[in-house]
Design a protein around this ligand. Structure first.
Ligand code: COA
Length: 144
């Protein structure tokens, strides 16, 4: 009799992509799953969020989008990481770490900035990839 309990603990390795071909329905599902409905209500704005980011990384289990991260950048000097998300049922499997490592890889000439929410802040420190608190950061918040 095979031991089916092993199957429960077996996860297909995620496939990672660096392209901008992100299905907007799946991105909507992913963002909504982590509470970012305000980012998905306007579809054209969501499309622009992807289009306007120089670096986009996505994680896939089969044809299911399970993780997404992006950086807005000039590719020369500065970059801003935003909207890092992993589907709740796929969290704590190393996908978030892999997304960030892929955004940073080979880009040591760039200064990366990110504004983490309270829950994710310790995640970025824990990764130990060089993020540190930095003074004098100013933010002009979006109005809508
Ligand atoms: C934050 C988020 C992207 C992390 O993704 P994840 O796939 O669960 O993270 P990983 O499994 O790659 O975690 C990597 C390491 O960080 C740790 N970690 C994960 N989330 C953490 C948290 N909130 N606080 C502290 N450590 C955390 C993991 O335990 C793991 O540690 P290890 O490498 O020593 O085993 C995910 O929780 C998420 O999508 N959250 C909701 C959206 C969000 O708030 N995004 C951040 C926007 S700024």
């Amino acid at each position: 009799m095979p031991d089916y309990s092993l199957i429960q603990h077996f996860h297909m390795p995620s496939v990672y992509r660096n392209d901008h071909e992100i299905d907007l329905d799946q991105l909507t599902t992913l963002f909504n799953s982590v509470g970012w409905e305000r980012r998905t209500v306007d579809r054209e704005r969501l499309a622009q969020l992807v289009r306007g980011s120089l670096y986009v990384v996505s994680a896939w289990e089969g044809d299911r989008l399970v993780g997404f991260a992006r950086a807005i950048s000039d590719g020369a000097s500065n970059a801003y990481i935003s909207t890092v998300a992993v589907l709740p049922e796929y969290q704590k499997r190393g996908i978030g770490r892999e997304l960030i490592q892929r955004l940073l890889a080979g880009r040591d000439h760039l200064q990366f900035v990110l504004h983490a929410n309270e829950r994710a802040y310790p995640f970025y420190l824990h990764l130990d990839v060089g993020f540190e608190p930095f003074d004098n950061i100013l933010v002009r918040r979006r109005k809508f």
